[in-house]
Design a protein around this ligand. Sequence first.
Ligand SMILES: [Zn+2]
Ligand SMILES: [Zn+2]
Length: 409
Amino acid sequence: MAEHNVVLTIPEPGRVELKERPYPKIAPGYSLVQIEIAPVCIEHQVYKEHRFEWHSDAERQGHEGVGTIIEALPGSKFKPGDRVIIYQGNPCQECFVCQRGLSPTHCLSIPYEALTETQNPDSVLEALGGGKAIDAPGGLKSIENECGSESGGFGFSKYRIAPDYMIQQIPDDLSFRYAALANCSLGCTYTGIEEAGVQKDDWVVVAGVGFIGFGSIINAKYRGAKVIVLGRNPFRMEQARKMGADYIVNPDDDDWLEQIHELTGGLRGADVVIEASGYPYYQKKALQAVRRFGTVWLYGFLVETSEPLPIRLLDEIHNRGVKLSGSHDVHVKHREGLLRMLRNPETQAAADHIITHEYNMSQGAEAFEAALSKQAGKIFLYPQENCDSPGVSAELRELVAGHTDQTGG
Ligand SMILES: [Zn+2]
Ligand SMILES: [Zn+2]
């Protein structure tokens, strides 16, 4: 048995350091997982700017992952050897959000209102009872606190502790590679597409495409929708087509909205618009591209530095009957359907184009640089340092070479 854990830290902008930590301890209700793949989500932004989400700090990063159970306590439904997906968070399991099987990162135990009421960190800490934001209930640090463990609550760990409620067993016929997309690529977008009510032959616009946008395309195609991508990065548009996007509209075109109206005919807009960038540029266009009584779903909550979007509620929502919502991750009640989708051969073929880079966790800096290049989809880290062929996928290497002339590199 290993004597220590290894975690990825970002001690200062532009620097990654693997650190040894005490081997994790678990308490009832929690199991210990040897992490095989820890996907990168927004940690490249932390690497760039050292701006942290409320639940993380420089020493504690990552929230996605798949692996193998190595320790479970009596009474757990898991046993050593089980291959599992870990979902993010440490929800109360008792509030109405949890009881209705909604996504645990919206659990009432998480004091979002206190966290967002003010930009003043002191007031936030006061609202949290004088603790540190990362110690707030529902966050990953609370897993370490409740287990009395000095490591293991976070995704970029060799060994990770997970609440049993947040673990899902992976069927034998599903590889870790595809299962690892169950978090913030195909997973959170499964829930958005389902909640937005996307049906066969619906028109779906995906605005602002990174890996969340890619995940939205694959989910919309899985439902049989017709997908228009609003985007302009040549690499990403080519990848979007391979994932099944039916049309690409350049948002910089003067007539971009007319193009969408022409495609959608009498509807004059998309049934559902997925906003996947977080930038006002695309948020404004998302509100314009949706049809009357259509739905706009927001994912771009991560760009905390962007200015608030001014919305004229009467003109943009009320007169047009538009429904506007958003979410973070996978509803508990959607986990079964998500697994079914991940086992679908067509979904897997499309998903092969999402995974553009794979690295050992010790190569974290390279992974974050790749993510910042804007020529990446989903990036996987291997905390066991057993990645077969680290680096960029062969497909992407060819694609980037082909585009160097047009994009200036
Ligand atoms: Zn994520
Ligand atoms: Zn709850």
